[in-house]
Design a protein around this ligand. Structure first.
Ligand SMILES: [Zn+2]
Length: 253
């Protein structure tokens, strides 16, 4: 680390759970953030500031005015621009020591090779179909997955590392594709809530990368913003899970 980095990360370097070795792990980590939206935006800001050496950003959308209430990576001047490009510009300004790779596309089944280039995936997408595909590919590639969701005043976070039966996977929690039902577009979401959940995702990612603490593997953390209450539910592995269960892998997402 050069003198700028030593001063920049001083509050990490004195933490006994991070320190110099943890900061080096962050520097060499490659993290893919899928969805540069309400969750991906705060997660990307904190992971960039924390010194995650390679950040991949995937989104196929452009910035719209209705994004700005919660997607704090973007400003008014970015409206109409590709999200990944606008996000990369913001993140480079925050931390010039990191590499940012943009993937202006959706995550699909063909993203296996792309996923293998990363050590960790953050899923900040807003629909079950995408979460199913991301979970399947992360299981196939053995990539740890930090998953978040937020709607209205309620959100949740969980971590998965299901290859080899180490932990449950997302499909153990949601076995079959639900109706998309309510979305943030139809019922709304409070911007500060996406900040809470996106920041939790960044925190879990930093714990996984540095090997500190107890990541939310096999547990689901639920936050009730109106009641100001957190709950943590144990999440058992489902032996009949279509992705990580004891039967051969069903490749359909
Ligand atoms: Zn499973």
């Amino acid at each position: 680390m050069n003198p700028d980095e030593i001063e920049r990360y001083a509050r990490h370097l004195i933490l006994k759970d991070i320190g110099g070795p943890g900061q080096q792990k962050l520097k060499f980590a490659k993290v893919l953030i899928i969805g540069a939206g309400g969750l991906g935006a705060p997660a990307a800001l904190y992971l960039a500031a924390a010194g995650v050496g390679t950040l991949g950003l995937m989104d196929d959308d452009v910035v719209s005015l209705s994004n700005l209430q919660r997607q704090v990576l973007f400003g008014s001047k970015d409206v109409g621009e590709e999200k990944t490009m606008a996000a990369a510009r913001t993140l480079s300004r925050i931390n010039p020591h990191i590499d940012i790779i943009t993937h202006q596309r959706r995550f699909e089944e063909d993203c296996v090779d792309l996923t293998e280039k990363y050590d960790l995936v953050l899923d900040g997408t807003d629909n079950f179909a995408s979460r199913f595909v991301i979970n399947t590919v992360c299981h196939q590639t053995g990539t740890p997955l930090v998953s978040g969701a937020a709607i209205g005043f309620e959100g949740q976070v969980a971590c998965f590392h299901s290859a080899g039966g180490k932990t449950p996977c997302y499909r153990c929690l949601v076995p079959t594709l639900p109706d998309e039902g309510d979305t943030c577009e139809t019922v709304g979401v409070i911007g500060a809530l996406t900040g809470v959940i996106g920041s939790m995702m960044a925190l879990e990612a930093i714990k996984i990368i540095t090997g500190s603490g107890d990541p939310l593997y096999g547990r689901l953390m639920i936050f009730d913003g109106l009641g100001a209450a957190w709950r943590v539910l144990n999440l058992p592995r489902d032996p009949a899970c279509p992705v990580c269960g004891d039967q051969p892998l069903d490749k359909s997402p």
